[in-house]
Ligand binder design. Sequence first.
Ligand code: ADP
Ligand code: MG
Length: 261
Amino acid sequence: MWTDAPRATPGQAAPALRFEQVTRRHDGVSALDAVSLQVESGVFVALVGPSGSGKSTLLRLANRLDRPDEGCVLVEGRDVAHGDPVQLRRRIGYVFQNVGLFPHMSVAENIAIGPRVAHGGDIDVATALEEVGLTAEHGARRPAQLSGGQQQRVGIARALAIRPRLLLLDEPFGALDPVTRDQLGHTLRRLHDSRGLTTVLVTHDMNEALLLADRVVMMNQGRIVADATPREMLHGLAGAEADTLLAIPRAQAARLAELAQ
Ligand code: ADP
Ligand code: MG
């Protein structure tokens, strides 16, 4: 059960998510190397970095799909190592890159099953669909009868159906075309704001990170190498690694502006 006492000082809200000196090794190689990160409640964080830098490992530790070798992970002030992982996962919305909808169930059933298993309750599926820009007609279909973007919308609706306060998304838009990606990004940000969520979005798209997030955390080789607001990043205040990653979107924006003249 979820019984251990929160570590936060009384009267102060605990951060939604906190990693304290977290190390995770595979065969002696550090996927994460003494990572410390605190995400305050209500903040939208984009987690960026090259493939293999430890982004997915970080998310998986929050949901206890993986365990740290050293350090600890706190969700709303509680160490996830204690307590029941099933209870933990009922408090966290998780969206995967490959969506992972149940193929034999309708879209509506895919959305309704989480809350039913978690608290035995039914949710308003029509509203849940509407919130992510779909209709009841989509709800009647099987996942395979939707486009990739629509499936990812269902993935978000399903993650939110359990009414989590913390939403973790691991490259959810990776396989989508730029227009769909942009639209889904806006949908996600709107839901983040209207639901008062704390969101961690893993993306390899720097523009997406800068345009959607309140804070951009950059990883490389299992470490956090930059952590700043989009504005700070764009003003060159986030360090050399950030500047290197920003060089491409900057150059593209400049070339587009030039072309438009
Ligand atoms: P990212 O999501 O940023 O691409 P990951 O967190 O998936 O990175 O992986 C970080 C590092 O840990 C990579 O070098 C990866 O190969 C390694 N790794 C992750 N999971 C495993 C595993 N189960 N077994 C061995 N190595 C792993
Ligand atoms: Mg990954």
